[in-house]
Design a protein around this ligand. Structure first.
Ligand code: CP3
Length: 356
């Protein structure tokens, strides 16, 4: 199996995710393969988003773009959290300036039309992309030496994926989804359970194909009141982590309960994740004092600081690096790189963080 290729000695991100304290901390950025890169925009002209995700040649190239340019410590698979509902047969389109549009799931009949048996076949190109990226990372990629970059697979967490499935696209409130949770709790529980099982098996497939760590994005978890947060965020996440740990005890799982606020320590304690990614509003020092000392923390520079660049960006970045000192910490942003971000700002950020 590919997970035994090479040694982990030079993979600073993987060692940190397994609990080692490294200085300076390893770095990767959410949405590092995205529109802020001119080479990404060039490929974007050639194929629509779903085609880019589902064509191993293109997805491999896009995954490697930020590694070539910045020698990031982590390469995150180029894909999307909405590939799972798409693979179960829910219609999905990405429309410019509007984002994803799905045919909404509102009833038992809509739910019954989803076909989890199709997932493995429809996501076969994703597995192929992971195999190719993993192979490429065994060689020199730009300034990144062989076997120094950790390959990260990912999925959306059940609640966040349900938001897009039920509301049918992006929203500020995801009112339809949260209404379903109140009005039709049995139906909503069935959807969350389906997502829990399919997400665990899809992440297992990603690990088999070469992912060395996996991340669960729960971008909208902060919309829920505490009892629902426990039911729809903590509980399914714990079951996914347990399922993965029973088969792959050494593969780190990163959880990102975005906007969880006061619920973050309970998430860290109850889900079993190895690492917790912090959003922009979280205070790293405070959270560090509230969680077990071996929990890896990831984050959390404001993406707007990177858009701004200059002294303010460097000052904020070094303060976060300092706050994570003495514990396992992965430097990252509090959310994705903004599309308008000048590429030089990212280069300057990485250089400053690697200077001790
Ligand atoms: O570089 C990476 O981080 C890896 C790839 C990745 C993408 N999406 C590529 C993408 C990852 C990890 C995601 C996760 C994702 N997708 C999340 C969770 C993280 C978050 O941002 O909160 C969510 C909520 C989605 C759903 C999604 N995908 C939306 C709402 C949109 C439209 C908004 C936008 O930025 O355009 C997407 C499209 C998308 N996913 C793009 C990329 C690079 C832009 C599409 C394009 O290039 O045309």
């Amino acid at each position: 199996m590919s997970s035994t290729q090479g040694t982990d000695e030079n993979r600073r991100l993987l060692r940190t995710l397994k609990g080692e304290t490294m200085w300076p901390p390893p770095i990767w950025l959410m949405r590092q393969a995205g529109r802020f890169l001119p080479e990404f925009r060039a490929l974007r002209e050639k194929a629509d988003f779903l085609t880019r995700c589902m064509t191993p040649d293109l997805a491999t190239e896009i995954t490697l773009q930020p590694i070539r340019r910045f020698a990031m410590d982590g390469a995150i698979l180029f894909s999307d959290i909405l590939i799972l509902p798409w693979a179960m047969g829910q219609s999905l389109q990405f429309i410019d300036k509007r984002g994803p549009v799905l045919e909404p799931i509102r009833s038992e009949a809509d739910l019954a039309r989803l076909d989890p048996a199709r997932i493995e076949e429809r996501t076969a190109p994703v597995a192929e992309t992971l195999r190719r990226v993993r192979k490429a990372l065994g060689e020199q990629v730009g300034a990144a030496a062989p076997d120094t970059v950790t390959l990260i697979g990912f999925a959306g967490a059940p609640f966040t994926v349900s938001c897009y499935m039920v509301d049918g696209g992006s929203s500020k409130e995801f009112a339809q989804t949260r209404l379903m949770a109140f009005r039709e709790p049995a139906l909503f529980d069935r959807l969350i359970n389906l997502l829990m099982e399919t997400t665990a098996s899809m992440l297992a497939d990603q690990i088999e194909a070469g992912a060395q760590a996996v991340m669960l994005f729960d971008s909208w978890s902060g919309l829920l009141p505490p009892h629902e947060f426990r039911r729809h965020v903590i509980n399914p996440t714990r079951q996914i982590v347990q399922s993965l740990k029973s088969r792959y005890p050494d593969v780190p799982v990163i959880g990102f309960p975005r906007l969880a606020g006061v619920m973050a320590p309970e998430y860290a304690r109850e889900t079993g994740v190895d690492a917790m990614a912090l959003d922009t509003g979280a205070d790293l020092t405070t959270i560090a004092s509230q969680v077990r000392s071996d929990l890896v923390l990831q984050g959390n520079l404001d993406p707007v600081a990177v858009l701004a660049g200059g002294k303010a960006m460097i000052r904020e970045a070094l303060a976060i690096r300092e706050a994570g000192k003495g514990r396992p910490h992965v430097f990252n942003l509090g959310h994705g790189v903004l599309p308008e971000t000048p590429t030089e700002h990212v280069g300057e950020l990485i250089a400053a963080l690697r200077t001790v």
